[in-house]
Design a protein. Sequence first.
Lengths: 147, 585
Amino acid sequence: MNIKLYNTVSPPNKVTKALNLVADITGESKEEIDALNCAFKLSKGHLQGVQGSNYLYCTDTAKYYFINPDYKIENQTVTINCKVDPLMTYAAKIRQQSVTVARNANISNSYLLDNGYEMLAYKNIVTKEFPAGFDKAYDTIILMTVG
Amino acid sequence: MGWSSKLKSDIGIYRSLENGNLKNNNIIYYASGGNENRTEIWSYNHAITDQGEPFMAFDARISTIAADVPMILAGWNLLEDGEPTSKYLCVRWIKWSTTTASSLIGIMQIGIFDDSNNSWTTINDGSINIRQGPSGSIHTVQMHASFNMFEHAPQGTSAKHTQIIFNFVSDAFYPDARVRYISGFGFAVGYGAFERYTIGDIMGPLESEEFGPASLPDGGYNEGAGHGSFDNSSDIITHSGKPLIGVTTAGFINVYKITQGQLNDLGAKLFPSLNQIVFGNADPTTEDILMLLAQIAVGGTLTGGALPVQQMGIGLIDVLINGKLIDYILDCHVIPCSISGATVEGLKVGYRQFNDIQVARATEDYAEVDCGSLSIPEYWGNFLDFANVRCKLYLPFYGFIDLEPEAWNGGTISVKYIVNIVDGSFQALVYSTSGKSNLSNSLIGQYGGTCCVHYPITGLQYSNVISGLITAATGAAVSAASGDMGGAVSNAGNIANLRPMLQKSNSYNASNSFLSHRKPYLLIERGVSQFSVGYQNEKGLPLNVYMNLANVHGFTVIEDPVINIDCTEAEHDEIVRLMKEGIIL
């Protein structure tokens, strides 16, 4: 199987990651660990490529994987444990989805409540006076009589 | 073509048409919320039964429309054999044709928008003119559309005439358009007569459960569920004005504006000193007094500084008469404002009129004091202006009241007082104009109290005078005739008793509100929020819009993603988990 080893500095939750190709190699086998994790066995000759990468693409599965840093060397085989990256793998499909976006960095409804903000311990108090009122100069004495 | 033509009011599909975003070709269609390019459109879409009620209705509140920018206000996906197609029956706003204050005309069209090729086909045979009416009025504008989409209509004719009635509640530049119904009708000119039919006849019965509130794509909690009236109009509430009947118009009750000096003059007339009676001045010399005593001793004619006996007698009579006049004084108090409409005359007290004390007689019971208005712009321009703010309004002579931010933040607050000059009571009227609320110079609060200080020159409890004005005055007049005013008893032969008994109760300063600050003011308390510079990219900002992720960039949180991706279950769950935590698109 053809395996492309990459190095990426993109955060794991980025859908489309920026990839630097480290090596384009042939893998020996792939072993499923669980639904998301698997192990690739590579020739020991690809060790340098493994050491310089943290990401891979397998043409057989057409999926992208995170490479766990703990690899094993047994005899002439390097075993790397990987976890599928469903975001990169299904990036195009993800972008076709229509969903209710709860939060976004660039688009917002600024009048929706946002409970994520922090408050200082003190409050700002301002006073705004109306332009007019009861001028004392106009105080009036009223006398009421009958007659 | 033979569409089954089951029109389905579907906000979800409508939104997916353009996903709530601007298109480059200036056709803007938007589902709800948001504010793109300062053109705010809210579009609510719901289906109603075909049983003579409006088939479909939408509200489009349009503000700040860019000139000549076509905008689809509402669209309904056309189904074929029950399946969605790329075509939508749409109502499209074209432009304002006239934008004067008195004649606002907008042009709208009905047509078919094909999402597959971004094409628009106008199908109505004329534009709809929207005429602005007075604020809050409803105008019915009819538009006749002729289109050939109902090929298999019962009548079998190829051309159907369909009427779409728009009811507009226009308010300045905010037309509120509702499509009332679609039906066929007989039309005499050029088309022959058709039986009236409803959309149900054409389309087949609508499945009511599909159009019930819970089945609406928005979850049924937006406007549309329950088929409400959607009438969010607000009446302008103004004060009904000052009463027309008052004490000042009662002929025998006199309400005077009097100066301090005039009050003192009255006091001197009501309660002259003995010196005044005997000597004609309040401060005789020692020589005058000794002369008087000597003359009294010898029984001779009084000379010197003393007044003649006849004059002294007249003075004494005056005292006896004037002393009773205290019974005809109802009240004396100070109010914190001036009065208008006063006519000048000699001061009347009971059966005497003192022409040497010219006073202004009030002609109406009420004075108005306009404290002006405050316009407070929003500080942040976002939710913090409402979630993070408290406000109190100080009203002179009353105190502080709580005021919701919606009433003043980004709006205008006005305060006016109506003061009853007779009893010193007042009503403080608070008006609000606010864009966030639906208020336009409306009365939002009335607060009453007392704003006067009483002079204790009568023997009455002030509460008897303040309340039940006319009754008290009438009672006083009756008592005055009998010489009894609330207990102040006079003995004709006892000068000393001519002074009324002053009440010992704390009635001098009946309202300590008179000591209060004299101008209204707002006391605004704002929390000081703290956002890091990375907040947007790390946490995102609230959005809550149904949209296609192809048009979303940056950190994004989807709280309850419903996705349709061909992947394993574990991968699906992982994608959902990551979306809830936030992904970067």
